[in-house]
Design a protein around this ligand. Structure first.
Ligand code: NAD
Length: 511
């Protein structure tokens, strides 16, 4: 994997944010200025004083090239390290450069407080800083990946860098990376994690478009990949398919060290993850989600399972993958109706804890379609934060059920005529109206939610022909509850939900 370089003017917090980022991603952290000082055996101030800026820049260039390449690291660069075209080219060849930027006032405040005085800013700090920013403004403005650091904590800024890069490391249930990247990376990513003997499980639709690339990448990395394909659709998320997979694994000689790759939507992920969790008492698996829903939801959190004729997801296990690789380019072949259906979970994640993501959804389907990568990364970050806090759903993870209590029931009563995401969109609006009725949320909240979902082409009303009593009955059945109260995740405002026990389910459906 390429390095992550943090760059930007002095005072943006490259070292502080870099350390947090490295800790979050479980990567080594390198502070280039410290490497220079160690190599030279003196402080940067002393180098500047005794040898001048040009000698310092030479030392900086060689320090940059001395960082080992085999292991990905987070590297905080000095504020002028990439002024040289050669260094800049080197950084782009060996990693991704994220520019951390801040207003003059923020930089001044931070540098003024610090004990570590910068030789290049000697004299009146504000004047020197201002003239450095003016001189380098074209240079700093030319970096594409940027995070504005003002007014936020270092933790928040580190998370913004993660979202921008699409890089997460989960450890609450199993330990694995979630990477937004390119399908072509899969071979190298398996190698780096010492994952062996891969077999690809996919459905016929996905195989047609994307299996070849996965096979090519794995072969290039030296693997001899095998592939198993079955028919698409929820109706195949059953024990027959599981049994077919177990047998295919045996026929293909999979042993306990083999790796199962789930290439597909939520159905493939759930069923492949479950087959992997039970084959030889559990083998490694990797998620390669290919629908929006599976990228932002189903592939994250380690829940696997299959359906019984009696109901959805009745059998399952917690079996976290060893890696999730999400390539938003794969969404280009996804039928529009599936994409739109997946957007429900994006809006849901916005309502749960990311008001900015929610506002982006209000821009409508066309904008969202042109900015899918950004949308997907932000929505993934919300789910990841929640499942890291509560991996086994003993508390806050239930917030992810927003819209699902009514949604699942509507989906069932419609006899699956409505897609999951469509039914949940309706569920979100019904539940938001109820939250308003019981004065949990302010007047108008459900209207804004309604607008966002409609702008994306999602339905918001329960179809007239679906009997309300059946929906209520289905809500009770779905939650497998003996008590009368059902726990709903209800919106309090955009960015906040609360868990509320509801007795009177008829009232939830009343307009
Ligand atoms: N495990 C979890 O935490 C979790 C969370 C949410 C949902 N789920 C499960 O996810 C399932 C729904 O997932 P889904 O919406 O991804 O459905 P899906 O897997 O059925 O995929 C939808 C359709 O899109 C096709 N497809 C997938 N990717 C494609 C691509 N890139 N190009 C062209 N066609 C493509 C599939 O073949 C299928 O026909 C449900 O079974 C649900 O229970 C699981």
């Amino acid at each position: 994997m390429p390095h992550i370089f943090l760059y930007g003017p002095p005072g943006t917090g490259k070292s502080t944010v870099g350390k947090i980022l490295a800790r979050n991603l479980k990567l080594p952290f390198v502070d280039l200025d410290r490497v220079i000082e160690t190599n030279a055996g003196m402080s940067i101030a002393q180098i500047m004083e005794q040898q001048g800026e040009s000698a310092f820049r030479d030392l900086e260039s060689s320090a940059l090239r001395s960082i080992p390449n085999e292991k990905e690291s987070v590297i905080a660069l000095g504020g002028g390290a990439l002024l040289s075209a050669e260094n800049r080219e080197f950084a782009h060849e060996t990693g991704k450069v994220v520019l951390l930027m801040a207003e003059l006032d923020t930089l001044f405040e931070r540098l003024n407080e610090g004990s570590n005085k910068r030789p290049l800013l000697a004299g009146d700090l504000r004047t020197q800083l201002s003239s450095m920013l003016a001189q380098r403004s074209e240079h700093y403005n030319s970096f594409a990946l940027r995070v504005q650091m003002d007014g936020k904590s270092a933790d928040k800024n580190a998370l913004e860098v993660q979202v921008l890069l699409g890089r997460f490391h989960l450890h609450a249930m199993g330990e694995y990376d979630v990477i937004v990247g390119k399908l072509e990376q899969i071979g190298d990513l398996l190698l780096a994690r010492e994952l062996q003997n891969p077999i690809i499980v996919t459905d016929e639709n996905v195989a047609k478009f994307h299996a070849e690339k996965v096979v090519a990448s794995l072969s290039k990395a030296g693997f001899k990949p095998k592939i198993v394909t079955f028919a698409p659709g929820e109706e195949h998320k059953n024990l027959n398919t599981i049994s077919f997979l177990w047998k295919s694994f045996l026929q293909n000689g999979l042993d306990r060290k083999s790796t199962v790759l789930a290439l597909g939507g939520g159905v493939i992920g759930d069923i492949t993850g479950f087959a992997a969790s039970t084959y030889m008492r559990g083998v490694n698996w990797v998620g390669i989600p290919t629908t929006l829903l599976s990228m932002v939801d189903a592939s994250l959190g380690g829940k696997t399972g299959f359906d019984l004729p009696e109901g959805k997801n009745l059998i399952g296990s917690f079996h976290p993958p060893k890696l999730v690789l999400a390539d938003p380019q794969l969404l280009k072949t996804l039928p529009e109706a599936e994409l739109v259906s997946g957007l429900t979970e994006v809006v849901k994640h916005g309502i749960i804890s990311d008001p900015e993501l929610f506002s982006l959804c209000l821009r409508g389907l066309n904008w969202v379609k042109n900015n899918l990568e950004e949308i997907a990364k932000r929505a993934m970050a919300v789910k990841i934060r929640i499942i890291e806090e509560d991996p086994y759903e003993t508390g806050i993870r239930a917030a992810l059920n927003l819209g699902h209590t009514v949604g699942h029931a509507v989906e069932l009563v419609s006899k699956f005529e409505l897609r999951h995401g469509e039914a949940v969109a309706i569920g979100i609006v019904v539940e938001a109206k109820y939250a308003e009725k019981i004065e949990l949320s302010n007047k108008g909240t459900s209207k804004v939610i309604n607008n966002a979902l409609r702008a994306l082409g999602l339905p918001v009303d329960i179809p007239k022909d679906l009997p309300r009593e059946e929906i209520v009955r289905a809500m009770r059945m779905d939650k497998k509850k003996n008590t009368n109260a059902i726990r709903f995740a209800l919106p309090v405002e955009i960015g906040k939900v609360e868990l509320v026990d509801v007795m009177d389910l008829e009232e939830v459906l009343e307009d």
